[in-house]
Design a protein around this ligand. Sequence first.
Ligand code: AHR
Length: 508
Amino acid sequence: MKISLLIISSLFIVNVFAQNTIVLNVDSVGPKINKEIYGHFSEHLGTCIYEGIYVGKDSEIPNINGYRKDVVEALKEMKVPVLRWPGGCFADTYHWKDGIGQQEDRPSIVNVFWGGVTEDNSFGTHEFLDFCELIGTEPYLSINVGSGSVQEAMEWVEYVTSSDESPMTELRKENGREDPWDVKFWGIGNETWGCGGEMSPGYYADLFRNYSAYIRGNGFQKVICGPSADDTHWTETIMSKLQGKLNLTQGVSMHYYTLPTGNWGSKGSSVDFEEDMYFSTLHGTMKIEDYINQHLAVMLKYDKEGKVKLIVDEWGTWYDQLPGTKGGFLQQQNTVRDALVAGINLNIFNNHADMISMANIAQIVNVLQSPILTKGKEMVKTPTYYIFKMYNVHQEANLVPLELQTEDYSYEGESIPAITASASEKDGVVSVTITNANPNKTVSINCSLNKDLKVADAKILTSNSYTDYNDFGKEEKVSLSDFSTAEVRDKQLNISIPAHSVLLLQLQ
Ligand code: AHR
């Protein structure tokens, strides 16, 4: 009798006090988290390139060879491992030869996808690749398949990467660049199922094979245009069409955007929202894990060794444009809700580090879920910026697989996990990033370790309200601050994670 009571009461104790747990075995070293999982995307869209990155040498805005000084410094501090350019939909209208030579001699075109504005091509191949060198990032070029040609693509590769004597390398030298640039990442078409050519998967897969035969270079990583969201039919078709030729690609790109309403006609506001839209945004963003697993299952059917990786080439929130901004410029603000979206997605990508080799949030400045926003001379760092800064400790670290048990955060009959987490180890430091999506309560979690480690550092991103954001001309509201935790006792650490917050815990 006494014994059974004891068992019942100890089970009760486990249930009540250990509802949320993270079990970390820091000796079990997982795959490397590629730094490129923390990648970014820059497109000739709205004020991403012009105004956001490039203002020209004669601008009153402080600049280094035309690149905004404030943006350059902020990006260096955040650490940008890879940058994709020139699009997006723009890439399949872009003819790279329009963007070389003297800037004043370059032809102007109309940016048909994004606002119909005049594109004067003053930011071209040299300006982009020099910018990558300036901020210390790997360039990732997106080749025009929709309206370009194999010849044009081949010549771009030669112009950029060749050290042989050839008409293209001569042209490059005439334009002031003696040595080739080191470009490894090449995307062959963007959204070829839509703005990149409205192709069927079978037709595109054949075209990809054709292009791929001529995009050649040492260590090249060639990316095949993959699915949107959960379109496994696209993945299935391209993978089956690559049978026997899997070595032509190193990555399948997928795109997934988070819309609060799930409706492209009326997506929801970036700043003016209540808990219903907060919940549906996080609910929507978490679907990505299921989609990733579905695509990986298809890919592994055709590529048993998992040599071809998944690249989440475009991800992030997409809201209705801010009132008063130009149509087609995709300008939105960025709140604590976006910080949660970023933290949740990055935890998911880390936890799939064996098969996700790269991910690029859309987009780096002034478009969609941007880490940085600019307005004239002003610049703000958004909550998303601070998440990338907080999580950069995971770049090139080894994943530490963790077991997570979490309560739910429920809203009007629907639920999502309150907590997400991922962990990695580098140079003897274990970094754990944790999100608490619940906006109504502090969530307590017990973290148990297999080693006696101490808390070396802890940082938090939170704010009074999940609608808080950093605005131009105002004091910064949302950033990182130190977080004080209890000490580790008997390899156990109890953490109380405030409502709607993201945490970094470093143990040593
Ligand atoms: O990021 C904005 C657009 O979204 C990109 O140009 C396109 O690839 C996607 O549809």
